[in-house]
Design a protein around this ligand. Structure first.
Ligand code: PEP
Ligand code: MN
Length: 336
């Protein structure tokens, strides 16, 4: 819309979009109103550009060539900030989510939560429902794990990030979680993405281990198109022919995503490398590359961890890494 468009002209466009069977999306709160027209494309698409160009208040009508629309910077040029209580992801402050891979017991989680809080983490991570490659591996504590997470939040004040694996468990997980994590194996679980979009809670969407950056954005589009733009993307390493590490960190994905989308981008160096010895280097690289945050596994006793011990930092190593990350952040004009 032109900067001078009146509220009536904007409302008129929205009505017209609905009248012809499409869905209007509008960015609230920005000085320049961009209205997205969403729906299934067919031969009428060229006509639609002409059609809307004639309406009062319209400055320009453009087809967004990417398959993702609402996630695109063309629709939403400014960075989206995802707000979780006082924590803002996508701002000058790099957000650190830290905690164990799995919630194993109350003493274990409370110990790790206190330690990461003391070191300066902003969010507490921990899985209660675990997507394990083998059905014989620890599957998580389920609702008991969620209750323990809520207790740790109460004690530390840290908002909780936890994975939801299934639409059936979504209401339960949403009752306890501050951020709903969609894991790598579920990135293309479209029914789950849609349902999570309807919950209106911040979402941490991890990249599929065999998915392209484009596919990640399409998955984000599923969530946003249900009315929830509080989506944080997370690069967590992809499968390649390289087997010296568990996965291969696609560091390129950070600047590419920052270019293509307004959504904040985090990186998970723990799953990306699978080895606690390499986690600090990749965490620092992610900050230098422009990541808005990091998701880091920390365990009080990694050799005895029920999942992902080899890639989990001990609390003292995490504390040193926080200091290092602060230095890299300040070198690029950010803080932690
Ligand atoms: C996790 O964060 O513990 C996890 C299971 O991650 P991913 O889905 O990336 O493997
Ligand atoms: Mn893990």
């Amino acid at each position: 819309m032109s900067p001078q468009a009146t509220p009536e002209e904007i409302a008129g466009i929205q009505e017209e979009i609905e009248r012809i069977g499409f869905r209007p999306f509008i960015n609230p709160g920005v000085e320049r109103k961009v209205i997205a027209v969403l729906g299934e494309l067919d031969v009428r698409k060229a006509d639609l550009v002409d059609h809307f160009s004639t309406f009062p208040g319209v400055e320009r009508v453009e087809l967004i060539s990417e398959l993702w629309k609402l996630a695109s910077r063309k629709y939403h040029p400014h960075d989206t900030v995802v707000q979780i209580g006082d924590v803002r992801i996508g701002s000058e402050t790099i957000v650190i989510a830290a905690g164990p891979c799995s919630v194993e017991s109350e003493p274990q989680l409370l110990e790790v939560a206190e330690a990461v809080k003391k070191a300066g983490a902003h969010l507490l991570r921990g899985g209660a429902f675990k997507p394990r490659t083998s059905p014989y591996s620890f599957q998580g504590l389920g609702e008991e794990g969620l209750r323990i997470l809520a207790k740790a939040r109460e004690k530390t004040g840290l908002p909780v990030v936890t994975e939801v694996m299934d639409t059936h468990e979504l209401p339960m997980v949403a009752k306890y979680a501050d951020v709903l994590q969609i894991g790598t194996r579920n990135m293309q679980n479209y029914p789950l993405l849609k349902k999570v979009g309807m919950m209106g809670k911040p979402v941490l969407l991890k990249r599929g281990l065999g998915s392209k950056v484009r596919d990640l954005l399409m998955s984000a589009e599923y969530i946003i198109s249900e009315g929830n733009d509080q989506v944080v993307l997370c690069e967590r390493g992809i499968t390649t022919f390289e087997d010296s590490t568990r996965n291969t960190t696609d560091i390129n994905a950070i600047p590419v995503l920052k270019h293509w989308t307004h959504l904040p981008v985090m990186l998970d160096p723990s799953h990306a490398t699978g080895d606690s010895r390499y986690v600090p280097a990749i965490a620092l690289a992610a900050i230098a590359a422009g990541a808005d945050g990091l998701l880091i596994e920390v365990h009080n006793d990694p050799p005895r961890a029920k999942s992902d011990g080899p890639q989990s930092l001990r609390p003292d190593a995490f504390e040193s890494l926080m200091v290092q990350m602060g230095k890299v952040a300040s070198a690029i004009g950010k803080t932690i």
